[in-house]
Design a protein around this ligand. Structure first.
Ligand code: PGA
Length: 254
């Protein structure tokens, strides 16, 4: 039985005080509702230490970064390394979010390198894949996702593959209020699990957690999470409201 994950991607939102208030509200609601899933909070880098302190104090959630540089260290002004994240106690890191692919030109090759670097420091990558609207309309989404999975992950060995989380995020559903239907999402999740099974075997595929992301909210989470291959969510907008975020986590606990 795969334990579900509900991860909140705060993106580039909130000032320090707002971030502190949000994480406190999340902790209080967790205490109250006791959701039975893995909760991950992915704040901007600047707030990682504050959120990690809170995670250490409460033991209620894990902490993730939103990005990492693929190099070990050195002259990369403005970048943050896996070693730095590890030194703060960061547990997870989002890799290849569609906004990074689109605005920062991150391709599958650089994402593969980021994933390897994170694994070297025992940080769990949450590797994002997903098609844009034109690709879905042209019915090429399975090809696109296959390529993203193969080029991003298939350099890994079996042991590393046990420490990977995948997030299927159809780009047309991110921040648009237009969610994939549970059937559309399940179809792709199942496809991804089959790809993993063909390359790494049934056992690895069966334990791999595959999250859905894209306008997932307190209203539609239950139906999405009821699908057999959907193991939780990567939540953007709705993760900025403690009540909504924890409501989603509670729905992942059933
Ligand atoms: P959204 O974002 O929930 O606001 O659609 C999801 C994501 O970008 O991970």
């Amino acid at each position: 039985m795969r334990r579900k994950i509900v991860a909140g991607n705060w993106k580039m939102n909130l000032d320090f005080q707002e971030a502190q208030d949000l994480v406190e509200n999340i902790a209080n609601l967790c205490e109250d509702k006791q959701p039975d899933c893995d909760i991950v909070i992915c704040p901007p880098y600047l707030y990682l230490e504050m959120v990690t302190d809170m995670a250490d104090d409460t033991q209620l959630f894990y902490v993730g970064a939103q990005n990492v540089n693929e190099n070990e260290s050195g002259a990369f002004t403005g970048e943050v390394s896996a070693k730095m994240l590890d030194s703060l106690g960061t547990n997870f890191c989002i890799v290849g979010h569609s906004e990074r692919r689109k605005y920062f030109n991150e391709d599958n090759a650089v994402l593969a390198a980021k994933i390897s670097k994170l694994l070297q420091y025992q940080i769990v990558p949450i590797y994002c894949v997903g098609e844009v609207l034109e690709e879905r309309e042209a019915n090429t989404h399975f090809d696109v996702i296959k390529k993203q999975v193969e080029e991003g992950l298939f350099h890994l060995d079996v042991a590393d593959m046990e420490n990977i989380v995948i997030a299927y995020e159809p780009v047309w559903a991110i921040g648009t209020g237009k969610t994939a239907t549970p059937a559309q999402a399940e179809e792709v999740h199942k496809f991804i699990r089959t790809l993993i099974a063909e390359k790494y075997g049934e056992d690895i595929a069966a334990q791999m957690r595959i999250l859905y992301g894209g306008s997932c909210n307190a209203k539609n989470a239950a139906d999405l999470f009821a699908q057999p291959d959907i193991d939780g969510g990567l939540i953007g907008g709705a993760s900025l409201k403690a009540e909504d975020f924890i409501s989603i986590a509670v729905q992942a606990s059933k």
